[in-house]
Design a protein. Sequence first.
Length: 134
Amino acid sequence: MASPDFEEIVEDFEFLDEWEDRYRYVIDRGKAMEPLDEALKVEANKVHGCASQVWLFPQTEDGVFRFDGDSDAVIVRGLIAVLKALYNGLPMAEVSGVDAGGELARLGLNDHLSAQRSNGVRSMIERIRQVASA
């Protein structure tokens, strides 16, 4: 079961018929995120495998996973916001069990992202899983 924040995105997508509107929605979610502190945009937080610059800063507190992130591309920043809705607030033990591909398929993103963007999303998910399993 996805988080309530992610379920909200799924519900919002159901009301948006055009993919242009859905892209704009994703971009707006990214614009609404707090920017990642410049001091955290370092090699250790960089996600490789993305066409654009992407940084993820994972954190755990009391066994709960969360991360902040940023990108130099507006659509990727929006995709980070979607992944935050999917993963933030989960117990660490549940993070690696999330079927991110299946959840994102509910949004239809798999069919509407370029191959490069899809590879970037997979790289971000892999990074999240690595951190959670460490």
